[in-house]
Design a protein around this ligand. Structure first.
Ligand code: PMP
Length: 408
């Protein structure tokens, strides 16, 4: 695999640079991944050769742009094994996709006393839209506990998913703990009570095979920029009948069929959601990103990242003062490790690591309820992708040891 990694890395010119005099070690992939040459080239090619607005034109450029824009839908369909490409809706990212589900579908299906089940690991984008809708509808939020492995606790879910539950909405992989939630079992629990299962796949779809039919879920949201694609791209997937019943939020051009003075009719799914001029270049380049991922294979990516976790976690745990959050078992980390160095603010840790060329993130990671649950204000987070090497993992360990020595 190491040989292969070097071949993959050749597609990422950004990784070749030095930062503060040291070779860059990019370990902030949970925030956004780097973009291979092929993806950047797809953006350039589109603007150099095909730039035109989609759907409306009959001229050649408009047709070329439309064909390429629509081709990404099929690629996404295959990536997540959706039954139909019409179930694939383009968004700006996970945040927009979740907001659309909450405001376009959930809101009109909630009444006072209804419950929405989340967990303590959720990203703010799977909490805040629900809070607003609860204030409007009188529905209530219920939070699931995490087990010792940092995973959403099934036993707690069995108690808290009840006849009152209308929606269960959970991240498949936590962006802080890297733990995998048992989505298939949770979806079964939800459906047994007549609730729908919504999955935030921001940290799962880029790293593990995700099959919406196998999981038996109802909606999935994820971001293109966390899987090699351009920023400003993301996907909302939903079962066709649910998308048909869901209201679009962006009303205006592109998404209509007919407009009169008092009424308008909308296009069919998915185009009714894509109001206004879209991120055409981004969507086309996202298609290229998915090609790149499929060439390597998600199962292979998952296996390699697990190998990396098994390699680096014991070494990190041996660093004096290293405090790990979540599971001590490397197999429970989908590329993400959150930690603190005893006595050090994570921002100081991250700044010291940056001086060594190592890019990690520090803060609350848009998961303040989880920070509170863990009893901390913030953490440092190293997040890996398939282009990271064991030598880079060693550099992280060495830089942390050096940081610890310096602040002692
Ligand atoms: N959910 C999770 C689990 C995430 O990690 C992120 C990104 N940090 C988001 C949602 C939001 O994604 P985006 O910023 O691309 O909308």
């Amino acid at each position: 695999m190491d040989k292969k990694i070097n071949k993959y890395r050749a597609d990422f010119p950004i990784l070749e640079q030095k930062v503060n005099g040291e070779p860059l070690v990019y370990l902030d992939n949970a925030a956004t991944t780097q973009k291979p040459k092929q993806v950047v080239q797809a953006l350039v090619d589109y603007y150099y050769h095909d730039n035109a607005n989609v759907h409306r034109g009959v001229h050649t450029l408009a047709q070329r742009a439309t064909t390429a824009y629509e081709a990404t839908r099929k690629k996404v369909q295959k990536l997540i094994n959706a039954p139909s490409e019409r179930e694939v809706v383009y968004t700006k990212g996970t945040t927009e996709a979740l907001n659309w589900i909450v405001k376009g579908y959930a809101e009109k299906n909630l009444a006072p006393g209804d419950e929405i089940v989340l967990s303590y690991q959720e990203h703010h984008s799977n909490i805040v839209p629900w809070q607003e809708i609860c204030a409007k509808t009188g529905a209530k939020l219920v939070y699931l506990e995490l087990n010792k492995r940092g995973q959403v606790d099934l036993a707690d879910a069995q108690k808290k998913i009840t006849a009152k539950t209308k929606f269960v909405s959970l991240a498949q992989v936590s962006n802080v703990l890297g733990a995998l939630a048992p989505i298939k079992e949770l979806a079964k629990l939800a459906h047994a009570k007549g609730a729908l299962m919504i999955v935030d796949g921001a940290q799962s779809v880029p790293h593990i095979p995700v099959d919406v039919q196998e999981l038996g879920i109802d909606f999935l949201a994820f971001s293109g920029h966390k899987l090699l694609g351009p920023t400003g791209t993301g996907i909302l997937w939903g079962r066709l009948e649910l998308l048909e019943a869901m209201d679009p939020l962006d009303l205006g051009g592109e998404m209509i069929e007919f407009v009169g003075l008092k009424h308008a009719t909308f296009k069919e799914v998915p185009w009714k959601f894509e109001g206004g001029t879209q991120n055409i270049a981004g969507v086309i380049a996202l298609g290229k990103a998915i090609d790149q991922l499929q060439e390597i294979g998600l199962a292979e990516i998952e296996a390699y990242e697990t190998e990396l976790m098994r390699y680096v976690l014991p070494k990190l745990q041996a660093v004096p003062g290293f405090e790990l959050y979540g599971s001590p078992d490397p197999n429970d980390h989908k590329g993400i490790i959150s930690f603190n160095l005893a006595g050090l603010h994570p921002h100081d840790t991250a700044t010291a690591l940056d001086m060594e060329g190592v890019a990690i993130r520090a803060g609350h990671h848009c998961a303040q309820p989880l920070m509170k649950y863990l009893g901390i204000a913030a953490s440092a987070r190293a997040s890996f992708y398939f282009y990271n090497t064991k030598a880079e993992a060693d550099k992280l360990v060495e830089a942390l040891k050096k940081t610890r020595e310096f602040f002692k």
